[in-house]
Design a protein around this ligand. Structure first.
Ligand code: ZN
Length: 252
């Protein structure tokens, strides 16, 4: 006789950037184990490959995870983790207060400064994590009076490709090239897909400092998952406000 079938509950979620609605099931024990092994490896490529695998397995809607904006992928993963394991997470933070009498500075930070060192335990609900979208950031970057460039937010595929670089500058340049939609010269539009990555890279390398800063500003203001936490140090009484960002910082 065959074993009974184990049905699972499904959930729906609207992704905040792409506005797509997805239906998903929680991840299974074996999927969770693979994820934990990946997270412990501390290797971006391994972590992203496993996240993609789990998201693909759990998604019941026909959707290409690689084409979702990175903030949607992070938001989805946090919600999936909340529904699969526990929506409440408990993180520990260390008080970095330096303005205390010498005898109360019990610890040392990574730069060698004497700090309070009090440990603060904070619980928060993963389902309350939001995506910050900066509406003031323009995706068309004006380079000169006649030259402009349209950028798009990096999708998950772009982020996965970029994580193979160990050098931050190489990573940044590669990501910019991947995210160019077109370059406009007066009325004439040069679409990125009609040019080779090498040609696009050569164009990026001709930007001056001021132009490059405008491009960087776009990438620094991409939508991102964040959660504001407030806490008080039990040792010195200092109030803290911490903004949690980046997937790895949400889970202890
Ligand atoms: Zn303290």
């Amino acid at each position: 006789m065959s074993l009974p079938k184990n049905d699972f509950i499904t959930y729906t979620l609207q992704l905040p950037v792409s506005k797509k609605e997805i239906r998903f099931r929680p991840f299974l024990v074996k999927e969770q184990r693979n994820l934990m092994v990946a997270m412990e490896s501390d290797d971006d490529e391994t972590i992203e490959r496993n996240i993609k695998q789990v998201l693909t397995n759990c998604t019941l809607t026909d959707i290409d995870i690689d084409k979702l904006p990175m903030a949607d992928v992070e938001f989805y993963f946090i919600n999936l983790r909340a529904r699969s394991v526990n929506e409440i997470v408990e993180n520990l933070y260390q008080c970095k207060n330096q303005n205390l009498p010498e005898e109360k500075l019990k610890a040392t930070d990574s730069e060698g400064n004497k700090i309070c060192g009090g440990i603060m335990k904070v619980e928060f609900n993963l389902l309350e994590v939001k995506v910050d979208i900066n509406e003031n950031i323009k995706d068309i970057i004006k380079l000169t009076d006649t030259l402009s460039m349209k950028l798009r937010s990096p999708d998950f595929a772009v982020v996965q490709r970029a994580s193979k670089y160990t050098n931050d500058t190489d990573k940044a340049f590669d990501m910019i090239v991947d995210c160019i939609e077109y370059i406009a010269e007066g009325e004439e539009i040069h679409y990125a897909k009609e040019h080779t990555p090498k040609e696009l890279m050569e164009f990026i390398e001709t930007l001056n400092q001021n132009q490059f800063e405008k491009v960087e500003e776009f990438f620094m203001n991409l939508p991102k998952v964040s959660k504001k936490l407030t806490m008080q140090c039990g040792k010195c009484g200092l109030d803290h406000a911490i903004e949690v960002e980046g997937l790895e910082n949400f889970f202890g």
